[in-house]
Design a binder for this molecule. Structure first.
Ligand SMILES: [Zn+2]
Length: 305
């Protein structure tokens, strides 16, 4: 039976509901060398972020994917507390990002060793918490892939083959998107289990078509940082091309900024419900389409097994 793995444990995919697939509760941008849980106070992060998550529950959102990877502010215990407080289904991730968020040892470890570590997190939980990841989050550098990033993509494909977890890859441009997808295909991984994150940063529409035709998910996740109309137009084009089954939408919003007074300026998570969906409806979207984009697609992408 398929499940979706939340920080509170597995749920039936049907229970996930209306979902924001790419957001952040906390980020620590200091780099892999210095980051660690000594840098934040869990009570303070929970108290700061809980009202923002409650605001989602009030709006009928029930699923929330935290995309802060290891060495960039991932703290499953904070996510668990926020999930218990708010009733949101929250997912965390395994995987690794890119420089300067890579521990030095990653440069000399093999893809298989990295994959084995992520598989162990899936089987046993993260850092002794028992909290298991619900997806694999990685990143690629812009342009031609650096060897270490190519290795991380390969490790993600290996970890996917062993776990079934969705792989989501921070991607800045078309060259990186194509090369990472080449590796996914070489490893024999089904591209329909791979997400090109920040696809709205790829400005060539023909590349959206090219990537979607290769079978990946395209994630437009900067909603609220550009004029809303631009995202309405991106969605309209994907529908026109017939790729409604490969489209994921989110805001990349939040977050508690570790190292800034009181967590700095948090960007609210409410733009999609309060501004984007009304505008999408004005442009002709009906309940079925809203359900498809924010319930069915995230559920299909995240379900494992
Ligand atoms: Zn993000």
């Amino acid at each position: 039976m398929a499940v979706i793995e939340t920080v509170q444990g597995p749920i039936a995919p049907e229970a996930l509901g209306f979902t924001l697939i790419h957001e952040h509760v906390m980020c620590d941008l200091v780099g892999a060398r210095e980051t660690g849980s000594h840098r934040w106070v869990r009570d303070q992060v929970v108290a700061t972020m809980a009202p923002h998550l409650h605001a989602l529950r009030e709006r009928g959102v029930t699923g929330f994917i935290d995309c802060s990877p290891a060495c960039l502010g991932r703290d499953p215990l904070i996510l668990l507390r926020l999930s218990l407080l708010t009733g949101l289904h929250i997912l965390t991730n395994t995987g690794l990002y890119k420089e300067p968020y890579l521990p030095q040892e990653v440069f000399s470890l093999s893809a298989q060793v990295l994959a084995d570590r992520w598989i162990t997190e899936w089987r046993e939980g993260i850092d002794g918490t028992g909290i298991r990841p619900g997806l694999i989050k990685i990143a690629v550098n812009p342009g031609r892939l650096l060897p270490v990033q190519a290795k991380i993509v390969r490790a993600a494909a290996m970890a996917h083959q062993a776990t079934g977890l969705l792989v989501v890859a921070h991607t800045g441009d078309s060259v990186a998107a194509r090369e990472s997808l080449d590796i996914i295909e070489e490893e024999g991984m089904d591209p329909s289990r791979y997400v090109i994150v920040h696809a709205d940063q790829i400005l060539e529409p023909e590349v959206h078509v090219e990537l979607a035709e290769r079978g990946v998910w395209l994630e437009f996740d900067a909603i609220g940082t550009l004029p809303i109309e631009e995202h309405v137009e991106l969605v309209r084009r994907m529908l026109e091309w017939g790729f409604e089954d490969q489209l994921l939408l989110s805001q990349d919003a939040g977050w508690f900024h570790v190292g800034e007074p009181d967590g700095g300026a948090v960007r609210p998570y409410t733009t999609i419900v309060d501004a984007f969906i009304p505008r999408l409806r004005d442009a002709g979207a009906d309940d079925n389409l809203i359900y498809k984009l924010f319930v069915q697609n995230p559920r299909d992408a995240l379900a494992v097994g």
